[in-house]
Design a protein around this ligand. Structure first.
Ligand SMILES: *Cc1c(COP(=O)(O)O)cnc(C)c1O
Length: 372
C-alpha cells in the first residue's frame, strides 16, 4: 500500500480516464451529426434528465445562472417585485434576481442546516414579494414543506436553486419537482458536470416549460417568428452528449459521495467541530462535505501543509458583497450566515477518493483540531 502524502480538493481527470471511450464516442456522434447547438443529444438528455428528476420537462440551457434567470422570468418576476433568498449561497442566485429587475431580499439561514429558515423567509414577505428562491446548499434539501405552505398562503412562486443537489430527495421526492420550477447547473465541478458550461430548468408546469423553450432561443416560437425579446441560452450539442453519458453513472457517484460523507462524520464527530445536519427523512446529494470550525483559517493552512486541498464555500455572505452594497445591508443583519462564512471549510469529496485518502484526511483533521 502506498503512503498518501496529498489529497486534492477534487479531481475530474480520473473520471475522464474511466469514461474516455464512451465520451469520445458521444462527441464523435455529435460531430458526425453536426448538431452543435441543441440537437438530438440535447433533446435526449432533456428527456432523460426530466425522467431522472421525476418531472415532466427539462429545458437544457447554457448555464445554471441562465436557468435561474429564466425560472424567475417564467414565474413573472420583474421590476417592482421582491424575491426572498439566502445570503449563504453563490452570487449567481442573487444575480439572477437582479437580472429580472426585481429586488433581492435576504432572509437568514437555519444554522442547523445552512439553508433558508422558513420562518425568517416568511417574516421578510411584503406586498411586493413575488417569489421565494431557496438553495439546496451543499446538496442538502431545504425545508420545502414549510416553504411551500408559506408560498401557497401568500400566493408566491417557489423556485428551487438546485445547482448543487442533483438526485437529492426531500421526503422521498426528487429535488426539481418541489416548487414551480428548479434551476440546475452542470458546471464541470457539480455532481453532474458537463465539459464546459451548462444548466437546465426542470418543471412540471407546461406554461413555464413553453416560456423557457422560447426564451432560450430569442423568444422564437417557430423559425424566425419571435413573440418576445429572449436570449441565446441554448445548450451546446457537446454538453448534451457528455451529460447523457455521465447521467448513467450519477446514482453510483451519489452513493459513493454518501458513503464518504458517512465515513467523515463517523471519524470526525468527536472533535471540536460541527456539521450541517441531515434530516433522516431526506437524501442529501453531498455536493460538498463542510465542517464548521472556530479556528477555520489555521486549520485550512495546516491541512494545506499536509497536501490536503480544501475550499471555503463561502468566505463572504452575499449581503456583504460589494456588488450588492446598493441593497443597504450591513454586518450583523444575518448573524447565522455570517458565522457560517467564518467557520465553513469543505473537505475533499468526489467519487474517486480512495479509502486511504479519506483516512489520511481524517487522521490529519483529528490531529489538527483535537477533541471537543
Ligand atoms: C454553481 C451554482 C450556480 C450557478 O451555476 P452556473 O452553471 O455556474 O451558472 C448557482 N447557484 C448555486 C448555488 C451554484 O452552486
Amino acid at each position: 500500500m502506498k503512503t498518501i502524502t496529498a489529497v486534492p480538493y477534487y479531481d475530474l481527470k480520473e473520471q475522464y480516464a474511466a469514461l474516455r471511450s464512451e465520451i469520445l464516442e458521444a462527441l464523435d456522434r455529435t460531430c458526425r451529426n453536426a448538431a452543435f447547438s441543441l440537437g438530438d443529444e440535447v433533446a435526449s438528455f432533456e428527456k432523460e434528465f426530466a425522467a431522472y428528476c421525476e418531472a415532466r420537462h427539462c429545458i437544457a440551457l447554457n448555464s445554471g445562472t441562465s436557468a435561474l434567470h429564466l425560472a424567475l422570468l417564467a414565474a413573472g418576476v420583474g421590476p417592482g417585485d421582491e424575491v426572498i433568498t439566502t445570503p449563504n449561497t453563490f452570487i449567481a442566485t442573487a444575480e439572477a434576481i437582479a437580472y429580472t429587475g426585481a429586488k433581492i431580499v435576504f432572509a437568514d439561514i437555519d444554522p442547523r442546516t445552512a439553508n433558508l429558515d422558513p420562518a425568517l423567509a416568511e417574516a421578510a414577505i411584503t406586498l411586493s414579494t413575488k417569489a421565494i428562491l431557496p438553495v439546496h446548499l451543499y446538496g442538502r434539501p431545504a425545508n420545502m414543506d414549510s416553504l411551500r405552505k408559506i408560498a401557497t398562503s401568500h400566493n408566491l412562486a417557489l423556485i428551487e436553486d438546485a445547482a448543487q443537489a442533483h438526485g437529492a430527495r426531500f421526503r422521498g421526492k426528487r429535488i426539481g419537482s418541489l416548487g414551480v420550477s428548479a434551476a440546475f447547473s452542470f458546471y464541470p465541478s457539480k455532481n453532474l458536470g458537463a465539459y464546459g458550461e451548462a444548466g437546465a430548468v426542470v418543471t412540471n408546469d407546461d406554461r413555464v416549460a413553453q416560456y423557457c423553450y422560447a426564451a432560450r432561443s430569442h423568444g422564437e416560437i417557430r423559425r424566425y417568428f419571435h413573440d418576445f425579446i429572449g436570449y441565446n441560452y441554448r445548450m451546446e450539442g457537446f454538453q448534451g452528449a457528455v451529460l447523457r453519458v455521465k447521467l448513467r453513472y450519477l446514482d453510483d457517484w451519489s452513493a459513493r459521495r454518501k458513503a464518504i460523507a458517512a465515513r467523515y462524520r463517523e471519524r470526525l464527530s468527536s472533535l471540536a467541530l460541527d456539521f450541517p445536519q441531515d434530516d433522516p427523512r431526506d437524501e442529501c446529494a453531498y455536493h460538498l462535505f463542510v465542517i464548521y470550525a472556530d479556528n477555520r483559517d489555521p486549520v485550512q493552512a495546516e491541512l494545506k501543509n499536509r497536501g490536503i486541498g480544501t475550499a471555503i464555500h463561502y468566505p463572504q455572505p452575499l449581503h456583504l458583497q460589494k456588488a450588492l452594497a446598493y441593497l443597504g445591508y450591513k454586518t450583523g443583519d444575518f448573524p447565522h450566515s455570517e458565522r457560517a462564512c467564518r467557520r465553513a471549510l469543505a473537505l475533499p469529496l468526489f467519487p474517486e477518493l480512495t479509502a486511504e485518502q479519506i483516512d489520511y484526511v481524517c487522521d490529519s483533521v483529528c490531529e489538527i483540531v483535537g477533541k471537543a
